[in-house]
Design a protein around this ligand. Structure first.
Ligand SMILES: [Mg+2]
Length: 367
């Protein structure tokens, strides 16, 4: 079992990873219950892939325009990448998630240099500007995996971080947090992005363990309890016109989502208020509010993310991972799983399902 704790500590002491060295990083996560089933991890990974596939055809379209064109999207749209069949195809969210899982399987844990190399080897669909800049820095400027991560608070790491927890299911230690931070920094080396990766892994871990449906405020409290100490002293500005907020991401998210949960606007109204683009100050409030409002109903949570946000494939991938972890594969609509091609590229149908089966064998049954 690879333990990246010392590597993280070395990078923190040299200020090579942008994140605060908080006590949270030394506390081991609680173990899974004795009767726990890997179906939860299947749900997490399939929820992510399904959310991405439902959102991808209308990525970056504003919700009201999308509604005029398609009505409410509850199923896959005809895909030009699959002969216009109504099936689920992948974009960057699914691709980078499952390439990470593939490397975890090959290496028996996280070797960040291998994951970095993997990200630069393929065509990425719907690629974000930060990942493009990372690939340029890695391939053309000769930067190492430690140096090539960009100073960006985009959502491109939270969307792909989920699989790093899988090698830790059997014997959870604080090395889980090191893997979340190191896997994140490969592309986005930024305090808010890194803190969000660790905090989202904490949230996913607690979803996997839970046997009941949490209260709305639990989603926000669980995210914030990890993010607040890890982000450090930062100054992010809101990009919402007329909003003068400056400060840490966790605090903005905490204020905004806490108020929204109290006032209870529709998710469309709330996500429009925060914009719902790829900037983490937009993505994270939308994710946490949708989870607070619809965490009990995985289908509706993903449908709201797909329809009510702008960067909808990524918001739906993140929301899908969380509700999938809480409800398991059995909690996701079967039609979404049946219609998912399971690709990580243009024609490798079924690859996603294959990798999930391998992960079950390697990290759970034989782990
Ligand atoms: Mg995408």
């Amino acid at each position: 079992m690879i333990d990246n704790t010392a590597l993280l500590q070395a990078l923190l002491s040299q200020d090579q990873i942008k994140m605060a060295n908080a006590q949270f990083l030394s506390i081991a996560p609680a173990p899974m219950p004795v009767d726990w089933d890997f179906d939860r991890v299947e749900g997490m990974l399939l929820g992510l892939a399904v959310g991405d596939a439902l959102g991808y055809p209308t990525e970056a379209v504003l919700p009201n325009v999308r509604f005029q064109r398609h009505g409410e999207i509850r199923d896959y749209l005809p895909s030009p990448h699959a002969g216009y069949r109504q099936v689920g195809v992948c974009s960057d969210d699914t691709q980078m998630t499952f390439w990470t899982l593939q490397n975890l399987l090959a290496d028996g844990g996280l070797l960040p240099e291998h994951v970095a190399e993997e990200f630069t080897r393929h065509t990425i669909f719907g690629i974000g500007s930060t990942v493009r800049d990372f690939i340029w820095a890695y391939k053309n400027e000769g930067k190492t995996w430690v140096q090539a991560g960009q100073p960006s608070a985009g959502n491109g790491t939270v969307m792909r971080i989920a699989p790093v927890l899988i090698p830790h299911l059997r014997k959870p230690t604080a090395a889980l947090w090191a893997d979340a931070a190191l896997a994140g920094m490969i592309t986005h080396n930024d305090p808010a992005a890194n803190a969000c990766c660790v905090a989202f892994i904490h949230l996913l871990w607690e979803c996997l363990r839970r046997k009941d449906i949490p209260e709305p405020m639990w989603w926000l409290d669980t995210f914030t309890e990890a993010a607040r100490s890890l982000e450090g002293r930062t100054e992010y500005a809101s990009r919402i016109p007329g909003n003068s907020y400056r400060g840490p991401l966790w605090k903005f998210v905490d204020q905004e989502v806490r108020q929204a949960i109290t006032e209870n606007p529709s998710s469309l109204e709330a996500c429009e208020r925060w914009h719902s683009g790829a900037y983490l100050l937009e993505t994270m409030p939308c994710v946490l509010y949708i989870l607070a409002r619809y965490g009990h109903d995985p289908e509706e949570a993903v449908v709201r993310a797909v329809n009510d946000t702008k960067d909808n494939d990524t918001v739906a991938a993140i929301v899908g991972a969380a509700v999938g972890a809480l409800h398991g594969k059995a909690g996701l609509p079967p039609r979404w799983i049946e219609g998912l091609l399971g690709r990580t590229g243009t024609d490798d149908d079924g690859r996603v399902f294959e990798l999930i089966d391998q992960a079950r064998r390697v990290f759970w049954e034989d782990g």
